[in-house]
Design a protein around this ligand. Structure first.
Ligand code: SF4
Length: 196
């Protein structure tokens, strides 16, 4: 089986590859993540993935407009150039749009390039909405006439983190989008505000 494998980052990819290779699946890695902001963060994660895959003698196909950085594409996908309305930028709608954006691009690429199907490293994270990824992956496959390979990689999440750390790869501190960065750090800085 030839599988197009969407990689969200190096640590998650590292956790999945062994499982798939042990099943005899031939992988082509695919990077499409317009949800990672700002540009410096995008570059750190992209370069970490390239560093990891080079260490495994694997190539990664890069996708995305403007050299791959997709802030505008991401915001438009939420329903407007300024980030859409409040409902669209809140969870869970925002994350479902984000999964759809990335998985539809992967499904379309798999269908157009003769792959038997596609899957994603998003399925390894216990912090993502696993069932939504599974459902949206299936919907994207049906839309583009290909197959979504579902696996529950979550038991290997820690292993992927440890492998990335041992290789000295960049480890991200928030999910990816500007909203998740705010959620991560605004919460933290609130704790440090002096009491009134
Ligand atoms: S929090 Fe993560 S999954 Fe949700 S929209 Fe932002 S980058 Fe995407």
């Amino acid at each position: 089986m030839r599988l197009l494998f969407h990689c969200c980052c190096a640590p998650c990819t590292a956790a999945c590859l062994e499982t798939l290779s042990s099943e005899g699946i031939v992988l082509r890695l695919f990077w499409y993540n317009p949800n990672i902001h700002p540009f410096t963060e995008y570059k750190s994660r992209r370069d970490a993935l390239l560093q990891y895959t080079a260490s495994q003698n694997m190539e990664t196909e890069m996708s995305g407009e403007n050299g791959g950085y997709g802030l505008r594409v991401f915001l438009r996908s939420l329903g407007g150039t300024g980030g859409g309305n409040d409902d669209a930028i809140a969870r869970p709608a925002r994350c479902e749009s984000c999964y759809r954006l990335r998985l539809e691009k992967t499904a379309a690429h798999a269908a157009q390039n003769g792959f038997n199907g596609f899957s994603t490293s998003l399925l390894v994270s216990p912090y993502q909405d696993h069932e939504a990824i599974r459902r949206i992956g299936g919907e994207a496959a049906a839309r583009y006439g290909t197959a979504f390979l579902y696996r529950d990689f979550r038991p290997r999440f820690r292993e992927g983190q440890e492998r990335a750390r041992s290789l000295g790869l960049y480890m991200q501190k928030y999910c990816g989008c500007i909203f998740s960065e705010e959620e991560r750090y605004a919460k933290h800085s609130k704790k440090q505000e002096p009491s009134p």
